[in-house]
Structure formats: structure tokens, C-alpha cells
Ligand binder design. Structure first.
Ligand code: SAM
Length: 241
């Protein structure tokens, strides 16, 4: 059962929530929400993927809450001690380096453990890279599939083969140095005329979104190697069966 609590803007955190998953900006500090700042000031502890990166963000917003590291290399062994603190009454917030925790970032494991132990949790709405990339693409966004990062080796080809048949808009996260390789494989598996959109450096100074066939964008990035963070959006397969 989902419980709704009125007046969340009343200035204090909702009584029962113990764990808050708090999105942080993906580039532009103005995207930090007022509620994110308040919750991060009010909790007893902030779990951060990289305490140095998050330290800069927290200082910028005058947040002095103690921080501990929580990342993909320690999340499994940290879950039990975090659950103990939550059960003892502490309120904890989880943040990642950028965007929404749990979206291609640590978060799922802790959220699932809290639900199993009946500990109330809440994910605040806020920045994430895939939503602006999807909407910028101009492809249908009523139904879409978020795939995050493709498998690096094992299962990559099978996944590409499956996805090439997908009729809904597809969203992939990619790093700049692997972009051309991935676009080459999309050409191979999806056909070089498939329409795609590549959004780079969203919310930052050099933000750009390029749209065209996968062949056109592959050729573009071969000549102009991309920099920064990247989301690939692929139009769904519209072949008639
Ligand atoms: N939790 C994040 C979110 O909610 O979007 C995603 C974290 S994941 C480790 C990092 C990837 O997200 C990057 O490799 C890139 O694909 C995407 N990303 C993050 N920030 C971005 C930005 N400003 N512009 C484009 N893509 C971005």
C-alpha cells in the first residue's frame, strides 16, 4: 500500500520515511531542488558515491550533514549496517555523483533491502540524464525502453540483436570513447538508416543534441571525436512484420 502524506512542503521531513534517494544535478547546479537541499540538511547521514565529488556540491549549498561512502564496490557489504542505523531511527539520504540514485548508479540494492525490512523509503523527483535526452530526440516518448549501459562483452551482441526488433524508443547510456564503436554496431544490427539522436553534456555549457541516421552520426563522430557525457536515443523498429 502506498501512503500519501500531505503538506510535504511544510518544512519538516515526513515522519516515517527513513531512507531518501535524492537526485543531484547532472551538470547545472540550478537543477538542485529546494526539497533536495532541505532533506540533505535534515537527515542524520548522507551516503555518497564519491565523498569528494559530493563534498563540493554539499559545500555549495551549505549542507554540513556527515557523509559516508557508498558505491558499487562496497554497497553489498554496507547494506546491513545501514539497515541497522535506519532501524534505530536514523534518517539517511543516498546520493550519487550525478542524477538519480539507482539509475545506472547504486541505489537498487538498498531500496530493495529497505522494502524487505519494511523500512519506509522515498525517491525524490529530480535530475536524470535519460528524460531530457528522450524528450530532445523528438522520437515517441509515450512508450520507451531504458537500457542504461550495454553489456561490455558477454551478451552484448545478443542484446543488440534483441533490441534491434524493439518497437518502442530505446535509450542507452554511453561513454565518449566507446560511442563510435557502439554506433558502428547499431549500424550493423539495426541498419544504417535507423534514426537516432545523441545528446551530449546535457544541462552543461557545451550541451548539444544531434539527430540523423545512425550512419550520419557515426560519420560525424568519426571526424569529430566526442567529449563529455552521452545518451543515445534510438527510434523504435517500425518495420511491418
Ligand atoms: N544516475 C545518473 C542519471 O540519473 O542519469 C546516471 C549515472 S551513469 C553512471 C552516467 C551516465 O549517465 C553517463 O555515462 C551518461 O551516459 C549519462 N549522463 C550523465 N550526465 C549526463 C549529461 N550531463 N549529459 C549526457 N549524459 C549524461
Amino acid at each position: 500500500m502506498v501512503k500519501t502524506v500531505d503538506m510535504k512542503d511544510s518544512g519538516s521531513i515526513s515522519r516515517d520515511t527513513r531512507l531518501f534517494l535524492v537526485p543531484t544535478p547532472i551538470g547545472n547546479l540550478e537543477d538542485m531542488t529546494l526539497r533536495a537541499i532541505r532533506i540533505l540538511k535534515e537527515v542524520d547521514l548522507i551516503l555518497a558515491e564519491d565523498t569528494r565529488t559530493s563534498g563540493r556540491l554539499l559545500r555549495h549549498f551549505g549542507i554540513e550533514t556527515p557523509m559516508q561512502s557508498y558505491h558499487m564496490h562496497n554497497e553489498h557489504r554496507r547494506v546491513d549496517s545501514i539497515l541497522d542505523r535506519l532501524k534505530s531511527g536514523d534518517r539517511i539520504a543516498l546520493i550519487s555523483d550525478a542524477g538519480t540514485p539507482g539509475i545506472s548508479d547504486p541505489g537498487f540494492l538498498l531500496a530493495r533491502a529497505c522494502i524487505e525490512k519494511k523500512i519506509e523509503l522515498e525517491c525524490l523527483p529530480g535530475p536524470t540524464a535519460f528524460v531530457p535526452a528522450l524528450v530532445n530526440s523528438g522520437f515517441p516518448c509515450d512508450r520507451f525502453v531504458f537500457e542504461g549501459f550495454l553489456p561490455v562483452k558477454k551478451g552484448r551482441q545478443t542484446r543488440l540483436e534483441e533490441l534491434s526488433q524493439e518497437r518502442r524508443t530505446l535509450i542507452l547510456y554511453e561513454s565518449p570513447h566507446k560511442l563510435v564503436k557502439t554506433l558502428t554496431q547499431i549500424c550493423e544490427f539495426f541498419g544504417e538508416d535507423r534514426m537516432i539522436s545523441v545528446s551530449r553534456e546535457l544541462t552543461k555549457l557545451y550541451e548539444e543534441t544531434l539527430r540523423g541516421t545512425v550512419k550520419e552520426l557515426k560519420e560525424h563522430f568519426e571526424i569529430q571525436p566526442p567529449k563529455g557525457e552521452i545518451v543515445i536515443v534510438i527510434k523504435g523498429n517500425s518495420d511491418k512484420i
